[in-house]
Design a protein around this ligand. Structure first.
Ligand code: GLN
Length: 482
């Protein structure tokens, strides 16, 4: 059952081979047994999960089941879920109980899916290793001495270790794709504006986007069907027809044009990941695809641009944590300004403070033009590079991450090294494009490697098709560390 696809799990539930309560219990027992090691979940609430499962069983009994009814899903702890502790990986929100549901949570609830718990993450989604979480590091199920990636590291580890059927993540600069790659699972960041950000704790609002993390592209398609859709409560939510992301899964790939950006295969890419990506490309050629060389000349500026824009937005978004309206308040202070100072000093961790300081600096009078405005201009050039590239190809491929998973503590003292983990993912967020990662074999130390697939705006169905056809021809996605 643990290795069933979501489709098979749904069928088993509808055929009454297992009830949702039994299935939920199975996962809760696994979490109780293994979470002390992996630390993939920050919060579980057995009673609430089982109550939801009872309701799902009623829906199933009445024949009202939808594709995900009764299926236990892990939710990243960045989504507000009514009555659930929602921490965003921070001391600042360590005892915040959300008074309402995020759009994403609402969608899962309406479909009768089970909230299995809230997954661990880098503090305010800032990180690439899950080591900035106030609740401690997550361990990679393929090697417990290594990181799961970040910021959706708990989600990726939970999916890989079979501690949930599937999970949600969010991706501001790579936080769905990079942990998916490092844990050997599949994940997709949709086109910006496709999934409502309502109730999703904000990091960098012009980049943040939620998406599914699962064991296969087919599973991702089912989750995405549920997560997307117009929501008037998010001013950047796009008003589009609802679509079925699984509709093209079975299309053959003959004639597919895969663009290979030369910048993604240059210095900085480790040889083991490069080999796995090359092998995946050979597989695609066997499936009838052709590869074309392309260039994304401004992509080398993506990391520096991101580390101006994302902190700028973060410094503004995180100003709401003032010790008054939300979250942590220092126990002792002499006056109002010291209350702010102490609450924020104690409530935020080092990486979050670093970002707030950078963001405040680049937005300050006299520096705004030199940094923020310049970065916005280059952001436009990066998007134009992709537009140009998509004139000669249907999808773009390359590595998701420059290396496989690294050791816990290995990059902790060197923020720049950590930031470079997202060198291939960040440009996609800056352009607002959809991107995904699928497992494509194992590299150094037998750790999973990820293939990145980038599509044009709203091309998620095609990307999922491209990923699914590869997963029919290979079995990397069904390898399990447990
Ligand atoms: N690792 C990047 C950062 O630290 C991206 C994080 C994300 O996508 N949320 O900002």
């Amino acid at each position: 059952m643990l290795n069933y696809s979501l489709k098979q799990m749904g069928a088993a539930l509808r055929a009454k081979e297992i009830s949702s309560v039994e299935l939920t219990r199975l996962y809760l027992e696994r979490i109780a047994a293994h979470n002390p090691v992996y630390n993939a979940y920050i919060t579980t609430d057995e009673k609430t999960s089982l109550e939801q499962a009872c309701l799902a069983d009623e829906m199933l009994a009445k024949g009202e089941a939808q594709p995900l009814t009764g299926i236990p899903i892990a939710q990243k702890d960045i989504f507000c879920a009514k009555g659930w502790r929602t921490t965003c990986g921070s001391r600042m929100l360590s005892d915040f109980i959300a008074p309402y549901d995020a759009h994403v949570i609402e969608q899962f609830n309406k479909a009768g899916a089970i909230n299995l718990g809230k997954t661990n993450m880098d503090e305010f989604a800032m990180g690439s290793s899950n080591e900035t979480s106030y609740f401690g590091s997550v361990r990679n199920p393929w090697d417990q001495e290594r990181v799961p990636g970040g910021s959706s590291g708990g989600a990726a580890a939970a999916v890989a270790a079979r501690l949930c059927a599937a999970a949600t993540g969010t991706d501001t600069g790579g936080s769905i794709r990079q942990p998916a790659a490092l844990c050997g699972i599949s994940g997709i960041k949709p086109t910006y504006g496709t999934v409502s950000r309502y109730g999703m704790i904000a990091f960098a609002s012009s980049l943040d986007q939620a998406g599914p993390m699962a064991r296969s592209a087919e599973d991702c398609a089912l989750l995405l069907n549920l997560m997307t859709g117009f929501d008037e409560r998010d001013s950047t939510s796009l008003q589009r027809e609802k679509e079925d992301y699984a509709r093209d899964l079975d299309q053959p790939l003959k004639g597919l044009r895969i663009g290979l950006p030369k910048e993604f295969f240059a210095e900085g890419l480790s040889s083991d990941v490069a080999s796995r990506v090359e092998e995946a490309l050979s597989e695609y050629r066997k499936l009838g695809a052709v590869t074309v060389d392309i260039s994304l000349p401004n992509s080398r500026l993506a990391v520096p641009v991101y580390y101006v824009l994302a902190p700028a937005e973060a410094s503004s978004n995180l100003s709401r944590y003032d010790g008054v309206r939300y979250g942590y308040r220092a126990p002792e202070y002499a006056d109002l300004s010291e209350m702010y100072e102490q609450s924020r000093s104690q409530g935020f961790g080092a990486e979050v403070k670093r970002r707030i300081m950078i963001g405040t600096y680049v937005l300050s009078h006299g520096y705004y033009d030199a940094y923020y405005l310049q970065a916005q201009k280059i952001r436009r050039l990066i998007a134009q590079d992709f537009a140009e590239a998509f004139k000669s190809c249907d999808v773009i491929m390359g590595p998701t991450s420059p290396s496989t998973s690294f050791r816990l503590g290995e990059k902790g003292d060197d923020p720049v090294q950590m930031y470079l983990s997202d060198i291939y993912t960040i440009a996609v967020n800056l352009a607002g494009l959809p991107g995904m990662s699928i497992p494509c074999g194992f590299g150094a130390n037998n750790m999973p490697a990820g293939l990145q697939i980038i599509g044009n705006y709203f091309d998620e169905a095609r990307m999922l098709n491209v990923a699914h056809q590869y997963q029919l021809a290979t079995d990397w996605h069904s390898r399990s560390p447990v």
